[in-house]
Design a protein around this ligand. Structure first.
Ligand SMILES: [Zn+2]
Ligand SMILES: [Zn+2]
Length: 268
């Protein structure tokens, strides 16, 4: 009898996890899929001619084969993301994480500050794991999949090898155990992550010409990550330029290239 009870208990947990993964996967597919598809449709198809001068790479190399590969990879990446969301949600429901719902627990200020702290942690994690993934022995097994896309487009933004998807998402798990995270802050962070990722793989530069001459220049533009795909050994950061600047890994002609694209798009 005891064995039957243990069996039923374990099956209940497994069922709970699987149904949560499915729900989170479908939610991610619908939300991310709609945004990525819309951005692709509007910029790459409907207004492609109008935005021609905003293109970062002038040689159009995206074909259906590339998009099919990116879509297939994205499904696996979404599954990984759903798995991590499920783990974080279930662990927080059991009270194992420091995720909280009520601002009175840590105050509104802390909730706001935590967004920037988490963004910095995400950027630091991305920079260093990205550099590790570029080491020759590891590169060909994992990160090469993402770099098969040279002329990047919105569908490239989730096109990773499944192990890379796990590595990139992993940080949230240990951080949620030690750092208080307000639920809306976590949602905002995910939205920002999606926005910045799609921006990085947009293939077009829509930031204003003054961007790199303003206080906002510490934030990467679309050109920044696009150069990483076309020139490979530099511009490893995602959200910010701090780490690339500090470690001397930013392409020297980044700002010049940005200005050239902006001068070209002004000719319209
Ligand atoms: Zn890379
Ligand atoms: Zn990329």
């Amino acid at each position: 009898m005891l064995l039957v009870r243990i069996y039923k208990y374990i099956m209940e947990i497994i069922n709970n996890i699987l149904s949560n993964i499915f729900t989170n996967f479908m939610a991610g597919l619908l939300f991310n899929g709609t945004i990525i598809f819309l951005v692709y449709f509007l910029i790459w198809k409907k207004f492609a001619k109008r935005f021609q001068n905003f293109r970062i790479q002038l040689k159009n190399r995206v074909n259906n084969k590339q998009i099919r590969r990116e879509l297939k990879n994205s499904l696996y990446a979404l599954l990984v993301s759903a798995l991590f969301s499920t783990l974080v949600i279930l662990l927080s429901m059991k009270g194992y994480t420091k995720i909280y719902y009520d601002t009175s627990e840590y105050g509104l200020f802390m909730s706001l500050i935590s967004f920037f702290v988490l963004l910095l942690i995400d950027d630091t994690w991305f920079y260093w794991t990205h550099r590790l993934l570029h080491s020759p022995k590891i590169y060909k097994h994992i990160h090469k999949e993402h770099h098969k896309s040279i002329d990047v487009n919105p569908f490239t933004s989730m096109s990773f090898h499944v192990i890379e998807a796990i590595i990139l998402t992993f940080w949230i798990l240990p951080v949620s155990f030690i750092f208080p995270i307000y639920v809306p802050t976590l949602i905002l962070l995910q939205l920002w992550g999606l926005f910045d990722n799609v921006k990085a793989h947009l293939g077009y530069e829509f930031y204003p010409s003054w961007w790199n001459k303003s206080v906002l220049k510490f934030m990467t533009s679309s050109t920044h990550h696009n150069m990483h795909h076309s020139q490979f050994n530099g511009n490893y950061g995602l959200h910010f330029r701090f780490w690339d600047k500090l470690l001397g890994t930013e392409f020297k002609d980044y700002e010049e290239k940005y200005d050239n694209i902006k001068n070209r798009s002004k000719l319209e």
